[in-house]
Design a protein around this ligand. Sequence first.
Ligand SMILES: C[S@@+](CC[C@H](N)C(=O)[O-])C[C@H]1O[C@@H](n2cnc3c(N)ncnc32)[C@H](O)[C@@H]1O
Length: 238
Amino acid sequence: MSEIFNLETKTLWSFKERGEWGTHKGDYPGNWSPFVPKNIILRYSKEHDLILDQFLGSGTTLIEAKLLNRRGIGCDVNPIALDLSKNRIEGVKGSNSIQLVKGNAKNLNFIKNESIDLICTHPPYSNIIKYSKDINEDISLLNIDDFYESMRAVSKEAFRVLKKGKYCAVMMGDIRRNSCVIPLGFNVMNLFLNQGFRLKEIIIKEQHNCSSTKYWEEISLEKNFYLLAHEYLFIFFK
Ligand SMILES: C[S@@+](CC[C@H](N)C(=O)[O-])C[C@H]1O[C@@H](n2cnc3c(N)ncnc32)[C@H](O)[C@@H]1O
């Protein structure tokens, strides 16, 4: 009997249980809940479509793509992420067309123009979590201005490789510096809109189980600010 999965129907998402089916595990820093890519893939693609996650991490998106019988391309600059993803993707049954590439989301020269059916991706939030010490292309090592410049290149490549009439889902969160909010989410959203994407949805996702919460709780009381507890999932349309 096939499993019944209730797709999200509103623009406010919250997954208290992150989802541990298949080979998913919540052990990679800043990984997203598999409920996120599962919702996006089911709503915006069909079987055998080609899904891209150019910020692969531990492979959550492509594990879901494989389980849902979609083809996939994943790329990451960090060989640790690629090894982890390879094992986890091999550990589930489904599509036999999943390709992993050590590469830079700013330059997807291994992907042809307008060949991707759905982009579903989760970049670093500037240098909030550093994914490596010294990988040159790692955008998690960049300060905010350089991060925006890189995300401009990422959005340009995303627009180039996506087919017309298809969707690009990008998750991004805001950050706080010197007690004030830097709206990384909306600023990155604007970079994608400036490439020519149209805005289909802004989904607010509640954050759960952040390892840094205790630290921020104390500072927020001392400096009198609210804890950031949401991320944005932007759904762009080409
Ligand atoms: C937020 S994590 C992705 C987590 C993933 N969604 C998961 O569930 O495991 C961001 C990833 O982007 C990678 N990364 C950083 N700069 C990159 C670049 N220029 N191109 C491709 N990947 C990059 C990091 O190595 C990290 O694995």
